[in-house]
Design a protein around this ligand. Structure first.
Ligand code: 25A
Ligand code: L14
Length: 347
């Protein structure tokens, strides 16, 4: 069956969609045909694929006939409308938007953490939020070792998370400021060049942003433990690629920094970079373009028993989005789950 798979990428012209195509190619995903879909704006354009390019077609409800697997990254509205059409056509969807993550019918999966959740999928599998993915990859092994009771996380998120237009905005603002001209602000509510914005996504009634509440809700669903308390502050920083996070983690049982380092050094998808004497710790400039989640600055929280501080960095476009989606697809293939059990499940 694998020799004849047809795979579509929805949002193929975006920052994440392009990375999905290049990840499918670099990991030799067994697709005989790849299809690039985007909005009507991009129909007729081409996107790079393997040694050549793919024509971009307009996404319609008929795009999924004969397609086995679709990776979506075209925003929540597009996923809400079109993922059910895909499933109706017998196409399995791995969706990178926020649209389906908290839907009870949809597993929310990080393959290093909860691959078993795929077993009961009904056609749509949700890819978590980028900041949540890198946090749970680093924390699940520590949770197994000592039982996490509470997480306090502050993020330092790159502009590429918002897509290509935000990367261009930061570049342009930096140039404008060196030329002593007024920087143009359009993607974010304020200037991002030489600044930090304590707002990612919209504010909710409780005073938190949507991004902060995604970290709370998604962590509980992925780690399958609603007793873990999470509180988050998410901040946009003028970095192009690579999200960083400061974590304060409390455990039910004692865990020393040394033990945590030992656990993480053999954890799947994790690289420990933690040698203060040599000034070695994770940084976005090193994580960009890499697959793993990097962890360092692991140290006891001296203000509390059974608590550690640590610093976690990953490429938000790769592990935070495109790579995790392709890893989900690989796991579906391995588990023989690349089929739609009920095409009417989302009708
Ligand atoms: O609603 P959400 O879930 O919060 O998601 C909002 C946005 O966040 C990004 C993603 O933006 C998404 O649109 N995103 C979501 N999850 C993410 C995650 N986990 C995440 N980012 C990081 N981590 P994006 O820019 O990556 O992708 C946008 C893509 O969606 C296509 N699209 C939009 N509306 C559509 C649609 N496709 C089908 N139907 C619709 N109604 C969009 O296509 C894009 O592919 P487009 O045709 O609008 O293309 C826009 C033009 O932008 C230029 N361009 C984009 N990227 C690049 C680029 N040019 C050069 N290099 C690039 N890397 C092109 O000119 C393109 O034609
Ligand atoms: O929920 O950095 O995947 O703007 C997509 C956009 C996460 C934040 C998601 C960003 C969001 C991201």
């Amino acid at each position: 069956m694998s020799a004849s798979l047809t795979v579509a990428v929805v949002g193929a012209t975006g920052a994440v969609g392009r990375e999905m195509l290049s990840t499918l190619a670099s990991r030799d995903f067994p697709a005989s045909t790849c299809i690039a879909l985007a909005s009507a704006r991009s129909a007729g354009a081409v996107v790079p694929f393997k040694d050549g390019e793919l024509p971009v077609r307009e996404l319609t409800e008929h795009s999924f006939k004969g397609v086995d697997l679709a990776l979506f990254s075209a925003g929540g509205g597009t996923s809400e409308t079109f993922a059910p059409h895909a499933v109706k056509s017998g196409c399995v969807v791995v969706d990178n938007s926020s649209a389906w993550r908290m839907d009870e019918r949809c597993p929310l999966v990080v393959p290093e953490v909860n691959p078993h959740a795929l077993a009961c999928h009904k056609g749509i599998i949700a890819n978590p939020n980028c900041s949540t993915i890198q946090m749970v990859v680093a924390l699940q092994p520590l949770h197994k070792a000592a039982g996490i009771t509470r997480i306090v996380v502050s993020t330092y998120q790159a502009v590429s998370g918002t897509g290509h237009k935000a990367v261009t905005e930061l570049e342009t603002q930096v140039r404008q400021m060196f030329n002593m001209t007024e920087p143009a602000v359009s993607v974010y509510p304020h200037r991002i060049a030489f600044n930090c914005l304590p707002q990612i996504d919209a504010f909710l009634d409780n005073g938190y942003t949507k991004e902060e509440m995604k970290m709370v809700m998604e962590t509980a669903k992925i780690m399958e433990d609603p007793s873990i308390k999470v509180t988050a502050t998410t901040v946009r920083v003028p970095v192009f690629y690579g999200h960083s996070e400061s974590l304060n983690v409390e455990f039910a049982r004692p865990l020393t920094a040394r033990e945590a380092r030992a656990v993480l050094s053999v954890a799947p998808g994790v690289t420990v970079l933690d040698n203060p004497a040599e000034k070695i710790y994770p940084m976005p400039i090193h994580a960009a373009g890499e697959d793993n989640v990097f962890v360092g600055r692991i140290r006891q929280d001296e203000s509390r028993p059974n608590a550690l501080n640590m610093w976690v960095v990953a490429d938000n476009i790769r592990k935070g989005a495109a790579l995790n989606a392709v890893q989900i697809a690989e796991q579906l293939l391995r588990d023989k789950l690349l089929r739609v059990p009920d095409p009417g499940a989302f009708a």
